[in-house]
Write a protein of this length. Structure first.
Lengths: 222, 275
C-alpha cells in the first residue's frame, strides 16, 4: 500500500509501477478505488446544498464521469502510445488513465472541506456563485491532474521522444478534458437548483459544448 | 478460401523462406540492421493491427530488406479497409446518434456509403501521391524501389487510419450526447487532422528508417513539401468525396456537386460557430 502511495506521489516510481506487467500487483485496483473515494467525497460536498438524501445520491454518481472517461479514452491512448513507439500496452494505458484520474480525485478530496464549508454557508440566492466556485475548484483539480499526467508521461517515455510528443500529448489531454466536461454536464444536477424538485439526471436539452459556444458568443458580442 | 490459403502461404514465406535479403534490380542488398528482426505477421487480423502498433520497427526492417513486401502491402490495405470502415460507421451514423430529423433509410444509406468512402479516401490519396513521391525520392537519392515506397506509404496510411479509428469512441460519445451538426463537423475535421499529423510523422520516420540515407536530412525542405502535398491531396479528395456526415436539412446524396474548397468550408464552420 505504501509503495502504491509513493507511486502516486513520485512520478518516477509511478512510471515503474505502471509499466510493471505483474497483473497481481493491485496498483490498478488501488487507483480505481482512490478515484471513486475522492469523487464520492467531493460529490457529497456538492449535494449538501439541497439535502442529505440529495448529497448521498450525488456522492454515488460522482465517480461515473471518471469511470466513463477511462472507458472512452483507453483505446485512443493505447493506439497513440503504439504509434509513437512507447511500448505502453493496454493494461499500462489503463493504469496511466487511472493514475491521472486518481491525481484529480485526491485534489478534489483535499478541496472537499473547503467546498463543504462554502456549500453549507451559501443561501439559495447565492446558487449561481456557488456553481461558479465548484466549477473553479473542479477546474483546479483538473489542472493538477493534467500536471501530474504530464510528469508521469515524461517518466514513461525516453527523453528524445518527449519533445516530439509534446503536441500529441497536449491534444490528448485536451480531448480528455472535453470528454470529461461533457460527462460532468450529462450527469448533472450536482448542486441542485433551488426551487426545483430533486431529479437524478436533468433532461438533455443541450450540451456542455453548446453552453461553451453560447458563452464564447456572449463574450465576443460584448 | 483459396485467397486465405494463398495469404497464409505468402505469410509463411515471409516468416521462413525469405529471411535473407533479396537482390533488388542490380542494387547491392542493404546491410542488416543490428538487433531488429524481420516481421512475423500473426494469423488473425486483430493481432496484425496490434502487431503494426507494437512491432512497427520489424515491419520497416522487412520493407528495408525488401522481404515479403507483397504480404505487408496486402495486410496494410486490409487494415486500412477495416479501420476506415470502423470510423466510417461512426461518422456516417452521426445523424442517427444525434436523433436528427432524417429518415431511417437516408441514415442507413449514409452509414453504408461513408463506411466505404473513408477507406477509399485513404487508398485513393495514396494512389495519387505514390508516383510523385517515388520519383522525387529517387531524385533525392534515396535508392528505395517503387514496391518499397508503396509499402511505406501503405504502412503509414494504415497507421493514420488506425489512429483515426481509435478516436471513434470519442466521436461516438459526442454524437450521442450533442445535437450540433457544426460541432460534429469540426470534431471530425480535428480527428482527421490529428490522425493525418500522426501518419505524416510516421511516414517521415519510416522513410528515413528504410532509406538509411542521411542525405534526406539535408533535403528536409523537399521532404516537408512532399508531406504538405500529401496532406493537401488528402483534404481536397475528402472535399470531393463529401458528404461524410450529411447535413440534416439536405436529402441523401452519394456525392455533392463540386463547389468551393475544404479550407473555405473550414473557415465558414468556424465563423458559423462564433456567429
Amino acid at each position: 500500500m505504501l509503495m502504491w502511495w509513493r507511486g502516486l506521489l513520485y512520478p518516477n516510481e509511478g512510471a515503474r509501477l505502471i509499466l510493471s506487467e505483474n497483473k497481481q500487483s493491485g496498483f490498478l485496483s488501488f487507483l480505481v478505488i482512490l478515484t471513486c473515494l475522492g469523487s464520492i467525497a467531493y460529490g457529497l460536498s456538492m449535494g449538501l446544498f439541497t439535502s442529505w438524501s440529495a448529497a448521498f445520491v450525488t456522492a454515488l454518481k460522482a465517480p461515473l464521469p471518471s469511470l466513463c472517461l477511462a472507458m472512452i479514452m483507453v483505446l485512443p491512448l493505447y493506439v497513440h502510445n503504439g504509434v509513437h513507439n512507447d511500448k505502453i500496452y493496454v493494461n499500462a494505458s489503463l493504469r496511466f488513465i487511472f493514475y491521472v484520474l486518481s491525481a484529480n480525485a485526491i485534489t478534489l478530496l483535499s478541496l472537499s472541506p473547503i467546498a463543504c464549508f462554502i456549500t453549507l454557508t451559501t443561501s439559495a440566492q447565492g446558487y449561481p456563485v456557488l456553481v461558479g466556485i465548484h466549477i473553479g475548484l473542479i477546474a483546479l483539480a483538473g489542472l493538477a491532474a493534467g500536471v501530474a499526467g504530464r510528469a508521469l508521461w515524461y517518466g514513461l517515455i525516453d527523453a528524445q521522444a518527449q519533445k516530439k510528443q509534446r503536441l500529441f500529448l497536449f491534444f490528448l489531454l485536451l480531448i480528455s478534458g472535453a470528454v470529461y466536461i461533457q460527462l460532468v454536464w450529462l450527469f448533472r444536477p450536482w448542486v441542485g437548483s433551488p426551487g426545483t424538485s430533486f431529479t437524478l439526471f436533468r433532461a438533455q436539452d443541450h450540451s456542455a459544448v453548446d453552453a461553451f459556444i453560447r458563452l464564447v458568443q456572449h463574450l465576443t458580442s460584448q | 478460401m483459396h485467397e486465405q490459403n494463398s495469404d497464409q502461404h505468402n505469410n509463411d514465406q515471409l516468416n521462413s523462406e525469405e529471411t535473407t535479403p533479396r537482390e533488388v534490380s542490380g542494387m547491392t542488398p542493404p546491410p542488416l540492421t543490428q538487433g531488429i528482426p524481420l516481421a512475423e505477421l500473426p494469423a488473425s487480423w486483430f493481432a496484425r493491427i496490434n502487431y503494426l502498433l507494437i512491432y512497427r520497427d520489424r515491419i520497416l526492417e522487412s520493407i528495408r530488406q525488401d522481404v515479403g513486401l507483397g504480404v505487408i502491402s496486402r495486410t496494410m490495405i486490409v487494415i486500412v479497409a477495416i479501420m476506415g470502415l470502423v470510423y466510417g460507421l461512426v461518422m456516417g451514423g452521426t445523424n442517427l446518434f444525434q436523433g436528427a430529423d432524417v429518415s431511417l433509410l437516408d441514415n442507413l444509406l449514409m452509414i453504408v456509403t461513408v463506411a466505404l468512402k473513408v477507406p477509399i479516401l485513404f487508398l485513393l490519396t495514396l494512389l495519387i501521391v505514390l508516383f510523385p513521391i517515388f520519383v522525387s525520392g529517387t531524385l533525392l537519392g534515396s535508392r528505395i524501389s517503387f514496391a518499397q515506397t508503396a509499402a511505406i506509404l501503405l504502412t503509414s496510411s494504415a497507421v493514420t487510419v488506425t489512429v483515426l479509428a481509435s478516436m471513434a469512441t470519442v466521436s461516438f460519445f459526442f454524437a450521442l450526447t450533442t445535437q450540433s451538426y457544426t460541432f460534429m463537423k469540426l470534431l471530425h475535421v480535428m480527428f482527421f487532422g490529428y490522425a493525418g499529423v500522426c501518419g505524416i510523422s510516421f511516414l517521415s520516420f519510416a522513410y528515413r528508417k528504410v532509406s538509411l540515407d542521411r542525405s534526406l536530412d539535408s533535403q528536409s525542405f523537399v521532404f516537408g513539401l512532399w508531406l504538405i502535398l500529401y496532406a493537401f491531396v488528402g483534404t481536397q479528395l475528402a472535399w470531393t468525396l463529401r458528404p461524410f456526415i450529411g447535413a440534416p436539412s439536405m436529402e441523401f446524396s452519394l456525392f455533392r456537386p463540386r463547389s468551393g474548397s475544404f479550407y473555405e468550408e473550414l473557415f465558414k464552420i468556424l465563423t458559423t460557430m462564433l456567429d
